[in-house]
Design a protein around this ligand. Structure first.
Ligand code: ZN
Length: 396
């Protein structure tokens, strides 16, 4: 039976309300965003209860902002990072040994680095998402999954999105978007962009179609009815693009790059190949628990797919150029990030991207594309059947 629930609020938002008809607030620590609730009735595992919350986010010049999650006027937000999370937060612990001694705290237990999952406040297994977003009359809101409905009331636009069996990770962008549509078979392709940034869109759509064709032929059916690419403000830093179920957000800097003036690298092809392949590697189809080595099943496999698509488009010589670019980044980052075996690499370490691409290229030379792809298809099929039968089996 569950008698107490600890809820955490993100530190860079102000929680205005956080309550539930089924809970009584016992204790709160606003400095660390900790709320301890007592349950009013007996709650058993798999029971459900409703929690209401409202938060406010403001960028101030004094406390700065997390540019990774920035909420801007005509742009985006990574909303799931601001949702209250449930349970004990390891990352609030004091890790400095001297500081712990000073406070007469016991030493932290040593973690078995390869076998212990890395603490993630949103390690909730898969969820069903049902989101209704409203925005101003001149903007469209983009979320993840399928758009099931949209309408306007009192000068606000409403967008209803649903997604089933997805990781707890979702985002919303809202902007004055222009839309360009196309398709691949029965999959609808939608590009939401700044009306001024239309230069690369037809090339992007072609790259999306080629990626869908490659991934469907080699790995299995695309799991949604829509592929949606949405441009977001360059104010959001820390990534060139990021993939969510059915939706990929691209930073405006990447979106309207001048492809003809560069060094002959087709960034749009790379970006579409890498990000769209995350629909197979790292979203709804294969979502490893965040832990040492898990980056191989997400970033390394997306890098491999990107590499194969590049080869198919531009040939072996161009592919080799790409391998050399990543080999250089891998060699030069060794001094900082160390030499980690991929199977036990920290998922945040650049090794899973840079070394990952180089090693997948070496594997390609050893056994060839067909054998690698057959193995990856089998891996996906095995993981999907595990999930469908028993989510709990997915956590190990
Ligand atoms: Zn990636």
């Amino acid at each position: 039976m569950i008698s107490e629930i600890l809820i955490n609020s993100a530190l860079d938002v102000s929680m205005l309300t956080l309550n539930s008809n089924d809970l009584i607030l016992k204790n709160k620590d606003e400095k660390f965003g900790q709320y301890l609730f007592k349950t009013k009735k007996e709650i058993m595992p798999n029971d459900s209860l409703e929690i209401n919350f409202e938060f406010e986010y403001q960028i101030t010049p004094i406390n700065g902002h997390q540019s990774f999650n920035a909420i801007v006027d005509n742009g985006s937000l990574r909303i799931s990072n601001y949702f209250p999370s449930i349970g004990y937060q390891l990352d609030h612990e004091i890790s400095d040994e001297i500081e712990r001694k000073k406070r007469a705290m016991a030493a932290l237990p040593a973690l078995d680095s390869v076998h212990a999952p890395i603490e993630n406040p949103y390690n909730y297994q898969f969820i069903n998402l049902n989101v209704l977003v409203s925005t101003s009359a001149d903007q469209s809101a983009i979320c993840v999954g399928e758009l099931t409905d949209h309408y306007s009331i009192n000068h606000r636009n409403y967008f209803h999105y649903r997604a089933e069996n997805i990781p707890f990770r979702f985002a919303v962008s809202s902007a004055k978007y222009a839309i360009q549509k196309s398709n691949y078979g029965d999959v609808s392709i939608e590009i939401f962009h700044d009306p001024k940034h239309h230069q690369n869109i037809s090339h992007l759509i072609k790259s999306i179609q080629k990626t869908l064709a490659y991934c469907e032929n080699n790995f299995g059916k695309y799991p949604y009815q829509t592929v949606r690419f949405a441009e977001i403000s360059s104010f959001t830093r820390g990534f060139a693009a990021t993939a969510y179920p059915a939706t990929i957000y691209i930073n405006e800097k990447q979106f309207h790059l001048n492809l003809t003036g560069g060094e002959g690298q087709d960034v749009i092809n790379e970006l579409a190949g890498h990000e769209l392949s995350h629909q197979w590697w790292g979203n709804a189809l294969l979502k490893p628990v965040y832990r040492q080595g898990s980056g191989v099943l997400t970033e390394t496999l997306a890098q491999y797919t990107q590499l194969m698509l590049y080869k198919n488009e531009y040939g072996e010589a161009k592919m080799l150029e790409m391998v050399e670019v990543y080999r250089e980044m891998y060699e030069s980052s060794k001094a900082f990030s160390g030499e980690e075996a991929l199977y036990s690499a920290d998922p945040d370490n650049a090794n899973v991207i840079n070394k990952g691409l180089v090693k997948m290229y070496e594997l390609y030379l050893l056994i060839g594309e067909a054998k690698i792809n057959a193995a990856l298809r089998a891996l996906l099929e095995a993981s999907v059947s595990v999930e469908a039968g028993d989510y709990a089996g997915f956590v190990g």
